[in-house]
Design a protein around this ligand. Structure first.
Ligand SMILES: Nc1ncnc2c1ncn2[C@@H]1O[C@H](COP(=O)(O)OP(=O)(O)O)[C@@H](O)[C@H]1O
Ligand SMILES: [Mg+2]
Length: 296
């Protein structure tokens, strides 16, 4: 048990934090009781504060390393699971090809298996993305990229999906020559996630407007995606960036099946690009997500 605890990084970190916040101040208080000289008194206090600072620093580093190795583990597991899952999917699809000679209840089971496998693959892809965009664990190649061009391209790709849901999609690029230092795939993923959410949470007849503008003075490019959708309840808005947080709206029904990783991934991508993200929403009026990046 004692050995187990010694190897537990959280226990070691907690021990260090306890030393710096409780044991050291108590030692200091005992020492002060015996010291009369004010100079010595101040010097001992400064030494104790410095030692406490470094011990806390080591404790935090230990927690950070532990979290890093956990994220790597999640990424590796997600990666390894992709091949067996795609084999199961292919096998189920092959079995489905023989529908005419298969009892209907088995066909139903196979169809539901394929749909659950699709969901699982999506979750694994998102988990991998979340780990991949983590600034602490991975270095993504960064280049000079044009976010306005990416917005126009992704909007065109998503137009059929919006049309299918009866939603009008508009994109305004007011900064056609602006570049940021970034990763194209990551920014594509960010815009796709924001537009997918906007489409998913807007009823037929709604509008989605996205725009890119440039603040010349501050050298900041602002991207926003605004919808006229269902809006996020005030008590849920602070939680939407948490991994696996999802809130399903009864009014929209089946269309919204998600995993709750989209906005967590978006937030990591924003951090990776030294940007900021804000979300404003009002129930039954709509949602506006604003992302700001420094330009180059
Ligand atoms: N544009 C939006 N309108 C309304 N709700 C939204 C919008 N974007 C995000 N949300 C809320 O935030 C939650 C988390 O979003 P996300 O991380 O993308 O997960 P998912 O889309 O998989 O549910 C969603 O379940 C939804 O409740
Ligand atoms: Mg989403």
């Amino acid at each position: 048990m004692a050995t187990e605890l010694r190897h537990n990084p959280f226990f070691r970190a907690r021990l260090k934090l306890a030393t710096s916040t409780i044991i050291l101040p108590i030692c200091g208080a005992i020492l002060f009781y015996f010291i009369d000289n004010p100079y010595l008194y101040i010097s001992v206090a400064i030494c104790i504060a410095i030692i406490a600072y470094f011990i806390s620093l080591f404790a935090l580093r230990q927690i950070r390393n532990f979290m890093r190795s956990q994220k790597r583990f999640i990424a590796d597991v997600s990666h390894e699971l992709r091949t067996p899952i795609s084999i199961i999917k292919t096998n189920s699809e092959i079995a489905l090809l023989n529908e005419a000679n298969t009892p209907p209840e088995i066909t139903e089971i196979l169809k539901s298996t394929v749909s659950e496998i699709d969901r699982m693959s999506k979750m694994l892809k998102n988990l991998l993305n979340l780990a991949q965009y983590d600034k602490e664990t991975h270095e993504l190649p960064m280049h000079s990229i044009n976010p306005g061009e990416i917005l126009s391209r992704i909007t065109e790709n998503m137009r059929p999906l919006a049309l299918k849901s009866g939603i009008t999609l508009a994109a305004e690029n007011h900064a056609p020559h602006t570049h940021i230092r970034g990763n194209t795939t990551a920014i594509e993923e960010l815009i796709t996630n924001l537009l997918t959410n906007a489409i998913k949470f807007t009823k037929s007849g709604g509008t989605i407007t996205s725009s890119i503008t440039l603040d010349h003075k501050e050298k900041i490019v602002t991207l926003f995606v605004q919808d006229t959708g269902i809006g996020i309840p005030a008590d849920k808005i602070t939680r939407v960036f948490e991994p696996f947080f999802k809130y399903e709206y009864p009014a929209i029904g089946n269309r919204q099946k998600g995993i709750g990783l989209g906005l967590a991934i978006v937030r990591e991508i924003v951090k990776l690009h030294h940007g900021t993200i804000a979300i404003e929403s009002a129930s039954n009026k709509g949602t506006r997500v604003t992302v700001r990046f420094p330009t180059i």
